[in-house]
Design a protein around this ligand. Sequence first.
Ligand code: AMP
Length: 582
Amino acid sequence: MHVLVINCGSSSVKYQVVDAAGGDALAEGKIERVGAEKSHADAIGEVLAATAGHTFGAVGHRVVHGGERFHDATRIDEDVIAAIEACVPLAPLHNPANLAGIRAAREALPDVPHVAVFDTAFHVRMPRRAKTYAIDPAVADAHGIRRYGFHGTSHEYVAQVAARFLEHDLADLRVITLHLGNGASACAVEMGSSVETSMGMTPLEGLVMGTRSGDLDPGVVLHLARALGVDATDDALNRASGLAGLSGLGNDLRDIQDRAEAGDDRARLAINVFAHRCRKYVGAYAAVMGGLDAIVLTGGIGENSVEMRRRILQRLEFLGVRVDEDANRDAKVSHASPVADISEARARVRTLVVATNEERMIATKAAAVAAGIKQVKAAGPIPIAVSARHIHLDRAAMDLLFGDGSELTEYKPLSQPGQYAAAEKLTIVGPRGRIEGVRVLGPLRRSCQVEVSRTDEFKLGVDAPVRHSGKTEGSAPITLEGPKGTLHLKEGLICAWRHIHMTPADAEAYGVKDGDFVEVEVTGGPRDLTFGDVAVRVSEKYALEMHIDTDEANAAELDRGAAGDLVYEDIVGSTASLQRKR
Ligand code: AMP
């Protein structure tokens, strides 16, 4: 399918025709002086004239701000246009231009599906703790103040390319992506999801950029606003700061590097401030994710500046980052050859330079929406079970906690074949609190895992990541107290990612596959609820059932029965139906 990708700015319209299957750009161009000399409709007319030989299966529109509503590419209709319009106060320069392009293109190509691909979408599911600013929630709500994040299409694309290069599933990796161009942002991609990003409510926060300051004391903004007025402060921080402001040389790092080489102190300081800020974020994001598998550098600076890469990546050996100087110097990436590995062979963390390609990502997403793969087949309802807090043990832990050679006693079979709730219980202890009588599940596993809810996590005083079962690397520590001993696990505490178990035959019936994410509408309780981001798990060994934790069940007011320690308790009368694929 050929996709017309449109990136409509306030003064220019960039376009590409992309073959969605192979990702090749078949045509591209830029219409300038939009707004002043010609309207967006005129510019779209020029785009269509320039691409006249192509037949489009979809038009993909880059949209900067999707607010809280859009967590994926979305087919455009009047309702979606109204929602993008509602985000104009959050992106007053960008969204009106994006909308002008959408309106003109829809009018010119009324029979082709138009799809909005949002810069913010990849970050919508960030944990609340990452997207919440520490201000009065009433003020935050009234003004839409929270971390939205930007550059999502690029962060997601380069993380996927890196995972493919490393021959790993992105869902197994913790990656820091550094998009360093004229705009710059960092993103912590944990198991495929954005869990932190440096741009915030606006693209001004975070890293040093071409002309934007990035992080500074909010008191500085107040101080400058009082001294200069609001508009002059906006100008100072957005257009006269960053590399340009620090160096006094404009925003092109190549010029600044040349001047630094020649001994210019301001140019040197600009480079040092830029690199220091990036390195600071790498450390912070490794801490946020509890570990690190790869760093990805992209954008004009990340892809091209050998010197900036070297400065950012120095003194990170303690994290397992080791850069091969020769590989760094020789790294050349392009759309045709998008990855260069610049790490030493013995480095625990891989450091990759990846050529970003937002147009390709937009085309892929637009083609997927247009092809309608989001429609899942309608099959019957899915039983729901609520998973209370519980523990999986390995052999060594069993020996230590219950005595050498001890065995679990089956107390009650669970719905998944071969699984059972054991009679044995343990106390789990965190730095702040303890929870007694936590059920152990059998049979024994290859490694220990403790699954709690967000409420439990707060009581224990630990920061448990939301993870798929079995993905405990870099998760939270927890102490287990048993009748015969105490075991301190360095990692293993998680909040379980909501999921559906099903057999291959079920998957066929629902039109999904292992690893898909679906939305699930839960009905039958007093407060019907649609759960997003539900992982599909397919195996011959499973029985069809959706698992949610107690907090999630409470949110939908599903009755989980009187006995709080029961695990995987079936809920009579509550079923779920699949809505659509992500
Ligand atoms: P982008 O916004 O991703 O197109 O990045 C543009 C920026 O990348 C330019 O303003 C330059 O600062 C930087 N850049 C591009 N090529 C080089 C290079 N060879 N060395 C250093 N910086 C570069």
